[in-house]
Design a protein around this ligand. Structure first.
Ligand code: ASP
Ligand code: MG
Length: 449
């Protein structure tokens, strides 16, 4: 098959006209890019999240809509060709105002998703015009025609088979004559209502579309020049990684490297589609290729950090030589839809970690979870920990790994270590306040230039 790339541009890449023009130039320079998936312009989704909340006063709703209008009209003002996008934006924003008013009176998660979808609806229409003005034949496509989901508003699950069938029928033929611009993040349920795939979900949308269309490449254009050995805000020694395997990158995305939505690599891996991550601001700087086979597999590839972890330790003498204890603990966690990340066990106790993306320590392990666990065993909960993940290759079989990793961070209290289940990672928990120093020192040790 000839090259067929699905390209995704994140919020900062489509924040204003200049940024959009840079992205459009990337497409124009390589017309293997047949489908373009966009996020909402930077800041817009955050405004919409507020607009979708309960009882937002009319004055605030108007202010929010005015702010969104300003972001979009600034882009339109720079257009030189014929268009009626000013009217389009006004029409969309008046629809938005109506739904927001209903939402303020009677809140529903369904309407919240409808509200959230306006960001991508607007940015995709405007980006299509930017491409057209650069002389690229582009058309805007409403992804809700093909991105079919269940009705779990806010975190909808995509029907991959339906997407595939519908994308081949409705989307693929259009890509022959035009570059198709479409929305990330949004979908539609069986009742015809708009759904969303979760914050940051546009990366995942793009990967699903690439899979459905059997694309040869997926390009994720963002505001950093690829994936780094660690967060460059923690140490200036962090370097961009030219290539990385799916397995390593999936661990990185899971363990906190914020660069990709964690689910993005799943469709790419299923269909073996190489993923490029680069900066739309500096495309000439290259980026990171994530693919199945890579030319080198170093022991240490990167260090990821995830903050706001909660550690729960359950302890029961009844566990000694008993069976079924863990099953009971996990049944309680499953009932409360709590997803466990790391586990270590001893004869009579089990330590479990939970990610806490919102940082709201109270709600995660709430009183009813605690009460149920306490029926079974003694429970202790610690908040504010950070999870450090050393990502690499063959880590489970590397001699001297323990001393290489831990010798230089001897002064810190390592709360839990998980190693051996995956050849691609070694994880440990430390107090949150030590996180930056530990990562910095570890990076110096493992990635000394
Ligand atoms: N616009 C959505 C968000 O900000 C989706 C995305 O950007 O990926 O979460
Ligand atoms: Mg994003």
């Amino acid at each position: 098959m000839s090259n067929f790339t699905v390209a995704k541009f994140g919020g900062t890449s489509v924040a204003n006209h200049q940024a959009m023009e840079r992205c459009a130039t990337i497409i124009k320079n390589d017309l293997a890019n047949r489908v373009v998936v966009v996020s909402a312009s930077a800041g817009v989704t955050n405004h919409l999240v507020r607009l979708g909340q309960e009882s937002v006063p009319a004055a605030e709703r108007n202010e929010i809509i005015a702010s969104i209008r300003e972001i979009q009209l600034n882009i339109i003002e720079a257009f030189t060709g014929d268009h009626n996008l000013g009217d389009f934006v006004d029409e969309k924003l008046s629809q938005l105002g109506e739904i927001a008013e209903i939402q303020a009176q009677q809140h529903s998660v369904k309407n919240a998703d409808e509200i959230l979808s306006f960001g991508e609806q607007l940015s995709s229409a405007l980006f299509t015009q930017v491409l057209n003005e650069l002389g690229v034949n582009a058309k805007c496509f409403d992804i809700r025609q093909v991105m079919k989901t269940n009705s779990l508003y806010g975190q909808a699950v995509v029907d991959i088979e339906a997407l595939k069938t519908k994308a081949i029928e409705h989307l693929a033929p259009l890509t022959k004559d035009s570059v198709i611009v479409t929305q990330g993040f949004i979908g539609q349920d069986g009742l015809g209502h708009t759904t969303t795939l979760g914050r940051g979900g546009s990366d995942y949308s793009a990967a699903l579309i690439a899979e459905a269309l059997d694309a040869t490449n997926l390009s994720i254009w963002t505001d950093v020049v690829g994936i780094f050995t660690t967060d460059p805000r923690i140490t200036d020694q962090a370097r961009a990684i030219p290539e990385i395997s799916f397995g390593e990158a999936a661990e990185m995305a899971t363990f906190g490297a914020k660069i990709l939505h964690p689910a993005t690599l799943i469709p790419a891996m299923r269909q073996n589609i190489p993923v490029f991550v680069g900066s739309s601001k500096e495309p000439e700087q290259g980026g990171t290729f994530i693919q199945q086979s890579v030319s080198s597999s170093p022991t240490y590839r990167s260090i990821a950090l995830r903050r706001e972890q909660t550690l729960v330790t359950v302890k029961s003498p009844a566990m000694l030589h008993a069976s079924g204890f863990l099953a009971k603990v996990f049944a309680i966690l499953a009932k409360h839809e709590l997803s466990v990340d790391l586990i270590t066990t001893s004869e009579i106790s089990v330590a479990l970690t939970f990610d806490n993306p919102t940082g709201s320590t109270q709600s995660l392990i709430n009183n009813s979870v605690l009460a149920e666990l306490e029926q079974l065993c003694e429970v202790s909960v610690e908040h504010g920990l950070s999870l450090v993940a050393v990502i690499g290759n063959n880590l489970h079989a590397t001699k001297g790994l323990g001393s290489s990793v831990f010798d230089k961070i001897n002064d810190f209290n390592i709360r839990m270590i998980c190693h051996g289940a995956s050849s691609n990672n070694l994880c440990f928990l430390i107090p949150g306040q030590d996180a930056n120093t530990v990562v910095e020192q570890l990076h110096d040790t493992l990635f000394a230039a």
